[in-house]
Design a protein around this ligand. Structure first.
Ligand SMILES: Cc1cc2nc3c(=O)[nH]c(=O)nc-3n(C[C@H](O)[C@H](O)[C@H](O)COP(=O)(O)O)c2cc1C
Length: 195
């Protein structure tokens, strides 16, 4: 079965470096057999601070309809985000909060960037948030340490083969969960909610 695995970029900061990672990930993921992907950039989505969730919006821009539809059709997600002050950017939290059913029972993989820790504290936060939307965080994640020194707009500056094989293992695991959950969602898509 084909898998649709969109990438979500979680920052809108001017001169953000995370877009280097997001584009690199998109280039690798789009070459994998039986996988389609697309990079969804928070900067292109009119969400901002949460006022109304997507299903509460009376007038929705076309891009919101397109985004919601794409998330609904997706089998899993890659989040690419920096760590800001030991957490995830508010932009990313708002983006996630605008939807709910579309995330349910689907796997999320995290690729984060930051300084010494490569965004691992943002990953820990994401694991909590993803549980809140009744979805699954895959065990494997990728931290990108010292992005400003080790990457540029073309990708990793050194050890590209090593990076690519780490990404391959990450994709393999995301695909495994996406395939398993896709099969089960065909019977019952929605989570019963918290116990
Ligand atoms: C507001 C802000 C807060 C930051 N806080 C952290 C942090 O808590 N941990 C960390 O490792 N790096 C932190 N950094 C460094 C960023 O993770 C790093 O500069 C990264 O490139 C930022 O991603 P961006 O360029 O896509 O915005 C911070 C950067 C900014 C702008």
């Amino acid at each position: 079965m084909a898998l649709d695995l969109p990438i979500l970029l979680g920052t809108v900061r001017n001169e953000r470096r995370s877009i280097w990672v997001a584009r690199y990930v998109e280039s690798l993921l789009s070459k994998r057999p039986d996988v389609t992907t697309r990079l969804w950039d928070a900067a292109d989505l009119p969400f901002g601070n949460l006022v109304r969730r997507e299903w509460e919006m009376t007038e929705r821009p076309d891009v919101v309809d397109q985004f919601v539809h794409a998330m609904d059709q997706a089998d899993g997600f890659v989040i690419v985000t920096p760590e800001y002050n030991y957490g995830i950017p508010g932009t990313l939290k708002n983006l996630i909060d605008h939807l709910f059913d579309e995330w349910n029972r689907k796997p999320f993989g995290f690729i984060t960037d930051g300084a010494a820790m490569g965004g691992t504290r943002a990953q820990d936060q994401l694991r909590q948030v993803i549980a809140g939307i009744r979805a699954i965080s895959i065990p494997t994640s990728i931290p990108v340490q010292w992005i400003e020194k080790t990457w540029d707009q073309t990708g990793p500056k050194t050890e590209r083969n090593d990076w690519n094989s780490r990404f391959d293992r990450f994709f393999l695991e995301l695909e495994w969960y996406a395939r398993a959950l896709q099969r089960e969602r065909q019977d019952s898509a929605r989570s019963p909610g918290p116990a």
